[in-house]
Design a protein around this ligand. Structure first.
Ligand code: HPA
Ligand code: ZN
Length: 324
């Protein structure tokens, strides 16, 4: 199996319907859904916001440190079975503190599972706290300061949630601060918004990686910039289909990205909501986009290059990919 890094994965997006109901019962939370089938019937989305509404509603069941640890551990086990050897996972801290879950509780659960990921699953890991761009930047700044006080080790920060109409500019001071604190920076951009959103994430936030970026190909000068600077795009094919960012998988720009020389890699985004984990995404692009073995190996190598692993570890993993 080729070794992959998964770099665009929201931990809350791995909350499977069965776990939603299990945790609701354990924590005595009333859900707006009758049963698992009723919940699954809500997994048809016209756009990003339709998905986000269900995604945030289901998070209500996550209350205790153990809940967050179980969620994280279940993802790591599933990711390892998909060939993931490195996971740099997103966590929407504000979505939990806004519901009254203390930051130290939520972060300790996630951090506890991540600390065991190498030993338990053979997956090295890092934590990226993602801030919600539909909320004021001052909220994000408060959440960041709170995250730091917990002492939990952070790999980086990111920006996600609703895109169109929510500029990245107000988050520029937060990104500057995180960079000064030695953290990596990524940002969702160009999922529903056009290439100007990708430019904004690069130029005002200084993001090192762009999450999604599928509209980048509409701007040749942006493509040239991404290629020249080897700025990776963390692409999520099944997510793009389910959120109608592309008409169908056969129309996905992934092959064009590879042909252009962009460091694109494949990820699962919110696998419990979009039809599968990394292995399902890879199988789907292989089938519907007729990707060759060489292109698949490029995707694996790109994912390792795009990770925030030390250079020596990237070299080791890329060599492992060549002999697998
Ligand atoms: N886009 C933006 N925000 C998100 C997503 C996404 O695909 N998944 C979870 N939060
Ligand atoms: Zn995402």
């Amino acid at each position: 199996m080729l070794p992959f890094a998964e770099l665009h994965l929201h931990l809350e997006g791995t909350l499977e319907p069965d776990m939603v109901f299990e945790l609701a019962e354990r924590n005595r939370i009333a859900l707006p859904w009758q049963d698992v089938d009723d919940l699954r019937s809500r997994y048809e989305y016209g756009c990003l916001q339709d998905f986000l509404d269900v995604y945030y509603a289901n998070m209500a069941v996550l209350r205790t440190e153990a809940d967050f640890a179980e969620l994280t551990d279940a993802y790591l086990a599933r990711a390892a079975a998909s060939g993931v050897v490195r996971a740099e996972v997103f966590f929407d801290l504000q979505a939990h503190t806004a519901r009254g879950v203390p930051a130290p509780v939520a972060l300790a659960g996630v951090a506890d599972a991540l600390a065991r990921s190498e030993a338990d699953h053979g997956v090295s890991s890092g934590l990226i706290v993602t801030f919600l761009r539909h909320l004021p930047a001052a909220d994000a700044e408060r959440a960041y300061a709170e995250a730091l006080t917990t002492g939990v080790d952070l790999l980086g920060i990111g920006l996600c949630s609703s895109e169109i109409g929510f500029p990245a500019m107000p988050f520029a001071p937060l990104y500057a601060r995180a960079r000064a604190d030695g953290l990596h920076t990524v940002a969702h951009a160009g999922e529903e918004g056009g290439p100007e959103y990708v430019w904004e994430a690069l130029e005002t936030l200084g993001a090192e990686r762009i999450d999604h970026g599928i509209t980048a190909l509409r701007d040749p000068s942006l493509v040239e910039h991404l290629v020249r600077n080897r700025i990776p795009l963390t692409v999520c094919p099944l997510s793009n289909v389910r959120l109608k960012a592309v008409p169908d998988l056969a129309a996905h720009p992934l092959p064009a990205m590879l042909d252009a020389g962009i460091v694109a890699c494949v990820n699962s985004d919110d696998p419990a909501y979009f039809g599968g984990y990394l292995d399902a995404n890879l199988a789907a692009v292989r089938r519907d986009l007729a990707l060759s073995d060489d292109q698949l190996a490029t995707l694996a190598a790109n994912s390792i290059e795009a990770s925030f692993l030390p250079a020596s570890e990237k070299t080791r993993l890329k060599q492992a990919a060549l002999v697998s």
